[in-house]
Write a new protein. Structure first.
Length: 276
């Protein structure tokens, strides 16, 4: 059974916003991934989003595309990513892990085989960027049966009918893409995000996470004040890429950023609890 609902329930009781860092598995080397996952948790991550390297990542900007390229140099496959989660679970049995990627590797493996392998490895949810709900009749039943959460993306341009459809097929949480474009692009408009989240909440009681464009503690805190979770991707992967030739620096740089963001998110809780 997925750990995601329980984690969000815990955070809601505490009045805290979930911090969901993203990293591409195998970037810059397979040996870096699992230790960095543990370090992220120690630095305040509540859920980890683990990217499956893919040769044609259409929703990802150049920063995360480069991360996939670095991982693919080492031939990191979906099987390898599942093995990484399995190793992570030897020490951490509580932190939810989401796989983020594209449909092709899952189709090659086969839906039932993938679902069973993901469950056995300790995966909690799957976000398949290029799989819309209306084309998910093959994968979703297998995931539902196994207890894997299905996470879909809602865009700024999504219509009310589209939002309703996505919410009806989502479990775990709903992921709102705060920007038009690819990961790491443009600048956040928090007021627009807040308006869209209010619209989404008319269609679901699930927590809503916001990603694409959260680059630092300031932007995370602003989004964290209106969302249930913030997803930080390109800002982390950029630091990984900057130190790809010096892996010992990666943990230091990434964890420093996560600690800053965690502190900023928790400061929201303090402000909200203060008497007006």
């Amino acid at each position: 059974m997925s750990r995601i609902p329980g984690r969000f329930a815990e955070l809601k009781k505490q009045g805290r916003t979930a911090l969901i860092p993203y990293m591409t598995a195998g970037d810059p080397h397979p040996d870096v991934t699992v230790p960095l996952m543990h370090a992220m948790v120690a630095s305040g991550a509540d859920i980890i989003e683990l990217g499956v390297p893919f040769s044609d990542p259409m929703a990802d900007g150049p920063v995360i595309q480069a991360a996939s390229e670095r991982a693919l140099i080492h031939h990191v496959s979906l099987h390898d990513v599942l093995d990484m989660v399995r190793v992570f679970r030897k020490q951490d049995t509580t932190t939810p892990v989401i796989l983020m990627g594209y449909l092709n590797p899952i189709e090659v493996m086969g839906y039932p085989v993938f679902t069973q392998a993901a469950l056995e490895a300790g995966v909690d949810g799957v976000l398949t960027v290029d799989l819309p709900p209306e084309e998910s009749e093959g994968l979703l039943p297998a995931m539902r049966q196994g207890g894997l959460d299905s996470i879909f993306l809602i865009a700024p341009t999504s219509t009310p009918d589209r939002i309703q459809s996505i919410c009806a097929n989502s479990t775990g949480f709903v992921y709102y893409v705060s920007l038009k474009g690819v990961t790491g692009a443009a600048t956040l408009d928090v007021s627009s995000v807040e308006q869209k989240l209010a619209e989404i909440r008319k269609h679901t009681v699930l927590p809503i996470g916001v990603g694409f464009g959260i680059k630092d503690a300031e932007s995370a805190a602003r989004i964290g004040a209106v969302a249930d979770a913030v997803v930080v991707g390109s800002a982390i992967v950029r630091r990984i890429g900057a130190h790809a030739d010096a892996p010992e620096r990666i943990t230091e740089e990434v964890c420093a950023l996560l600690r800053e963001i965690r502190e900023a998110l928790d400061a929201n809780k303090v402000r909200a609890a203060a008497p007006g």
